[in-house]
Design a protein around this ligand. Structure first.
Ligand SMILES: Cc1ncc(COP(=O)(O)O)c(C=O)c1O
Length: 402
């Protein structure tokens, strides 16, 4: 078999499993109302939770930064690619996260892969939640350390597994808000356990930064635990409507990572315009707490409506609302029927979720109008009735997540 035939066979296998994916292309900015493949529709699957992708202040920040600094950064961070604006952004992130320092990576993916592989070697053991993001999984794989996966947010399982592996330096790593299930990690319990077991603790707050907590600082802020978490990871690419990832923590951690994280060292620095957009977004997070309050109010209302219809929605309180459909084909059909009604929510299928737990990951923006929400709920109801989607028990959903 030649190379081309090999690829064709592989693609056929993906198609036969109902797992074939292709992007849909937007020809409008990302907001509640978008144009995809020439069709106007409502978007309910964006990570732009605060609805800032079209904010004029962020656009102006990008234009101004381009005027001041040009477009490309021209080098990696340790050669010629570090600009004043990187430093300003790092200071602002440290302020939001309540840490001594911070460092910016080109993406959240690179932050996770970079930090885990820089810290962990074969002498270490990593305890990782089974639903952690793929970038954490990849960082773990790259690190060469021993990886122990614990049951999702299950503190007893984590404690049991730690007890079985004492005597080596250890890292506990968890998403703050789980990207696909939308639930919040039990941080107070994890912090207590990490302290007791003298484990280093890392929290990925990609989906919580700008959304949760008094200051919008994420789950550490929500639980007032900023000082207790050794490594706070996040991204600018979701609520902050920009690009880039970051790590926040003690100065000594940042100093170490700047010298050891290969995805930081061996990649051209994030462009100045993205840094400027992130800075402007962080200002909005600070000055407009009402945005996240409104977002969470809307999320609560949508959940209540879906639950009132006995639809199989995972419990939670974040703007990520997973509607469990089951088999991949059914989830695709559900998504397609919504698309016909002018709503875009792609189906999430294996390998993103476990087989049998394919779903629609409904996500909200603060800028969705109440009419948008009502329209979506009515459409979901109509499709669910047509497809005879029955509610699964809460126990089953909670007990066997994705
Ligand atoms: C939990 C989590 N961590 C990390 C990332 C990676 O962030 P980025 O998209 O900035 O690479 C994502 C994004 O998909 C995520 O959901």
């Amino acid at each position: 078999m030649n190379f081309e035939q090999y690829l064709i066979t592989q693609i056929e296998e993906i198609k036969c499993a109902g797992l074939y994916r292709q992007p849909k292309y937007l020809s409008s900015p990302q907001g509640p109302r978008i144009k995809i493949d020439g069709k106007n529709c409502l978007l309910f699957s964006s990570n732009s939770y605060l609805g800032l992708c079209t904010d004029p202040r962020l656009k102006k920040a990008a234009y101004d930064a381009i005027e001041s600094f040009g477009v490309g950064s021209g080098g990696s961070r340790l050669t010629t690619g570090s600009y004043d604006i990187h430093r300003q952004l790092e200071e602002k992130i440290a302020d939001l996260k309540g840490t001594e320092g911070a460092m910016v990576f080109n993406t959240g993916y690179m932050a996770n892969v970079g930090v885990i592989s820089a810290l962990i070697d074969k002498n270490w053991i990593v305890f990782s939640d089974e639903l952690n993001h793929a970038s954490i999984v990849d960082g773990c794989r790259l690190s060469g350390g021993k990886i122990v996966v614990y049951a999702h947010s299950n503190i007893d399982d984590l404690a049991r597994k730690i007890a079985l592996h004492r005597g080596r330096p250890s890292l506990i790593v968890t998403d703050g808000v789980f990207s696909v299930d939308g639930d919040i990690a039990p941080l107070p319990d994890i912090v207590d356990l990490a302290k007791k077991e003298k484990a280093v603790l890392m929290v990925d707050d990609a989906h919580a930064t700008g959304v949760l907590g008094d200051k919008g600082g994420g789950t550490a802020d929500l639980f007032h635990l900023s000082c207790e978490i050794d490594i706070q990871m996040g991204t600018f690419s979701k609520a902050l409507a920009s690009e880039g990832g970051f790590i926040a923590g003690k100065k000594v951690l940042i100093e170490y990572l700047m010298n050891r994280a290969r995805s930081f060292i061996f990649s051209t620095a994030l462009n100045p315009a993205s840094c400027a957009v992130s800075l402007a977004a962080l200002d909005i997070v600070k000055r407009e707490p009402e945005r996240r309050a409104l977002l969470l109010e809307k999320a609560k209302w949508v959940r209540e409506q879906l639950e009132a219809m006995s639809l199989p929605v995972l419990p939670g309180s974040t703007p990520i609302i997973p509607l469990i459909i089951g088999e991949a084909e059914k989830a695709v059909e559900f998504s397609e029927r919504l698309w016909q009604r002018g709503i875009f929510i792609p189906a999430l299928r294996p390998p993103t979720v476990k087989p049998g737990f394919s779903r629609l990951r409904i996500s909200l923006m603060a800028t969705h109008s109440w009419e948008d929400l009502e329209y979506m709920i009515n459409a979901v109801k109509e499709v669910a009735e047509k497809m005879n989607l029955k509610g699964r028990s809460r126990e089953r959903l909670a007990g066997k997540r994705s």
